[in-house]
Write a protein that binds this ligand. Structure first.
Ligand code: GTP
Ligand code: SPV
Ligand code: MN
Length: 610
């Protein structure tokens, strides 16, 4: 079989590749080195196939645009499986199938699935190559789009392969296929994929098999599949945490620096908070990560956060110079991939929220001629130019406010952890937990309205513990217990303080009451002052809230009644909330940590239950 690139010398890898080649029967094999030349060559190949177009080199240098199949636009949670050996370890929140049964089904699908295609071999490392315990993976895929994306999002290529060979490192095998073999002479489609999709994690074996989708979270296997689902299991066994969190550095006017990690569900504001442009005078924010954080205790007893990724795979709609100027600047530096947004006649991209005015005309995410005033030709006038889960993929090093500490393999010591969700009522703007255990309760009972980041209904309220519901690789109750235990074994003085936020409260007209984005710096300032014990708070049954003059609202444009509603504890809403939490916990059975029962009883006693 024709092979290009440098064949690896890693024995376990070679043995695995032999197996995969025999099963999937590709026409050719390419060993990826992650170089610029390889990028150019793969872009040319995808342009030729009609999968991507090159964007205007003056507006978006070295960048490409693609549209997916309209049915392959988001993570597929219904088809995502945790195949632990013991069903009980997958828990009530994950799909499970017996690993042998799953392998039988998937071997059937993989049989000959790469016929007519090239198989790409991508060695990658999640986190720094110089980390104390570097986490390697090798993804095999028949998609060149996946190769380009993995190059941006991970440390992928020759350097990683060399390190794996030198150290004879173990790795997580990650097998991906779009699931559309080509018969002799059969013409390809721009976005090959399959109706049948499986995103599968063999958690005891530490192995990932993905079939049928080319979309980010389903196909870039270093990201959600490895760095969250598989890593959460490694973290359980090794005493750390793999979390769906951004990491930022906040600096006060006096020069005191704070490190903060925040967990919000998909499409609930991580990328935006990570790159925030503060409106409060004198405060600055620097970015360390926007989606995934690995948390480990350092020798000094503090909890350190690292970002295992090297890029941003961010939600495009709503990203503009007014809401997230730092993301816009990262994109303008080029070297980026845009998926399912609008393509303008001058070879640039556009999406809702990028500018106030809509362009007169463009090509929409479905490839139709689209007009700002009338929508797509042949469609409804309210149809958007960009899919709500359209994404940009861009190197983190292009972020103008990237913190120097991003390059430190040890990471940064956390001062605060924030949990949050998208709730139109009940949850106040910001609440501080009484202690670690209460903070874990806040995280464990976090809830959010569903978004377009996963297929299925949007706007449905669901519990999303630590924003990890779709990403916990084991039993949710054991995961919560792991959080509790890590806190118990630590020095309470050194633990980060835990907060709960909600930017998304709405009024009777369904408008957001809190302006959000850069104004969220006012909340970060309060959090920093609480960490230092510099500002008082009101104790309520749900935790500590800002006093009437606690939040810095100088120059903030908000109706005083709205501000009051957003910031205060509303007992009647919590009397409704407590039984909902009880019902969520009921499904955990005996595995529900006793500490969470205690916290719920305490809440119920304080707020009553309806
Ligand atoms: P994933 O990449 O899916 O994990 O999403 P994320 O958590 O990084 O969310 P992101 O920052 O991309 O924001 C998602 C959507 O929420 C975008 O359309 C934003 O414009 C919007 N958004 C972010 N922050 C705020 C905010 O403070 N207020 C309001 N109203 N909307 C926000
Ligand atoms: C998310 O859905 O939380 C994302 C995008 O960050 S994906 O990589 O598709 O999971
Ligand atoms: Mn995410």
């Amino acid at each position: 079989m024709p092979a290009t690139g440098q064949e690896p010398k890693h024995a376990k890898l070679l043995a695995w590749l032999d197996e995969v080649v025999e099963l999937t029967q590709p026409d050719a094999i390419h060993y990826c080195d992650g170089s610029d030349a390889e990028w150019d060559q793969l872009v040319d190949h995808l342009v030729e196939k009609g999968t991507v177009v090159r964007l205007n080199d003056e507006r978006k240098p070295n960048s490409i645009y693609t549209r997916t199949d309209p049915d392959d636009v988001a993570r597929v949670e219904d088809q995502t499986f945790i195949c632990s050996n013991d069903e009980r370890n997958a828990g009530p929140t994950n799909n499970w199938m017996n690993p042998d049964e799953m392998k039988r089904i998937m071997r059937g699908l993989y049989d000959g699935c790469m016929r007519g295609r090239t198989m790409y071999v991508m060695p990658f490392c999640m986190g720094h190559l110089d980390a104390a315990d570097p986490k390697f993976g090798v993804e095999v895929s028949d998609s060149a789009y996946v190769v380009l994306s993995m190059r941006i999002m991970t440390r992928m290529g020759a350097e990683t392969m060399a390190r794996m060979e030198e150290t004879e490192a173990d790795f997580v095998p990650c097998l991906h296929s779009v699931g559309m073999p080509l018969d002799e002479g059969q013409e390809d489609v721009p976005w090959p994929c399959s109706e049948e999709k499986y995103i599968v994690h063999f958690t005891d074996e530490r192995m990932i098999w993905s079939y049928g989708s080319g979309y980010g979270g389903n196909s870039l296997l270093g990201k959600k599949c490895y760095a969250l689902r598989i890593a959460s299991v490694m973290a359980r066994d090794e005493g750390w945490l793999a979390e769906h969190m951004l990491i930022l550095k906040l600096t006060s006017p006096e020069g005191r620096a704070y490190h903060v990690a925040a967990a919000f569900p998909s499409a609930c504001g991580k990328t935006n908070l990570a790159m925030l442009d503060p409106t409060v005078a004198g405060w600055t924010v620097e970015t360390l990560g926007d989606d995934i954080a690995w948390l480990r205790f350092g020798e000094d007893g503090r909890l350190y956060a690292t970002n295992p990724e090297t890029g941003f795979f961010g939600v495009a709609p709503g990203t503009g110079h007014d809401t997230n100027p730092n993301a816009m600047k990262s994109l303008e530096a080029g070297n980026s991939i845009f998926t399912n947004v609008g393509l303008t006649p001058d070879g640039d991209v556009w999406w809702e929220g990028m500018t106030k005015e809509k362009p007169e005309t463009l090509t929409d995410w479905k490839g139709r001629e689209w007009h700002g005033s009338t929508g797509p030709v042949g469609g409804r006038p309210d149809e958007k130019a960009a899919h709500p889960n359209s994404r940009f993929c861009t190197p983190i090093e292009q972020c103008p406010i990237l913190s120097d500490e991003y390059h430190n393999p040890e990471g940064v010591p956390l001062d605060a952890i924030i949990f949050g969700g998208r709730r139109e009522n009940t949850i106040p703007l910001v609440t501080q937990s009484r202690d670690w255990q209460h903070g874990v309760f806040m995280g464990a009972t976090c809830s959010s309205e569903t978004t377009a980041a996963a297929s299925g209904a949007v706007g449905v309220l669901r519990r999303d513990p630590m924003a990890m519901l779709p990403f916990i690789g084991y039993h949710v109750a054991d995961y919560i217990q792991h959080w509790i235990d890590l806190g118990k074994n630590a020095d309470p003085e050194k633990l980060p303080k835990i907060f709960y936020v909600n930017w998304f409260r709405r009024d009777a007209e369904h408008r957001f009451m809190w302006p959000g984005f850069g104004e969220n710096s006012r909340v970060l300032k309060w959090i920093a002052e609480r960490v230092d014990g510099k500002v008082d708070a009101v104790e309520t049954p749900i935790g500590y809230l800002p006093t009437d003059d606690g939040l810095d609202v100088e120059g903030l444009d908000i109706d005083p009644d709205d501000l009051h509603d957003v910031v205060t504890f509303q007992p009647q809403e919590w009397a409704d909330e407590a039984p909902r939490i009880g019902r969520w916990f009921d499904q955990f059975g005996w595995r529900l940590p006793r500490e969470m029962v205690d916290e719920l009883r305490r809440l119920e006693t304080a707020v009553g239950r309806r």
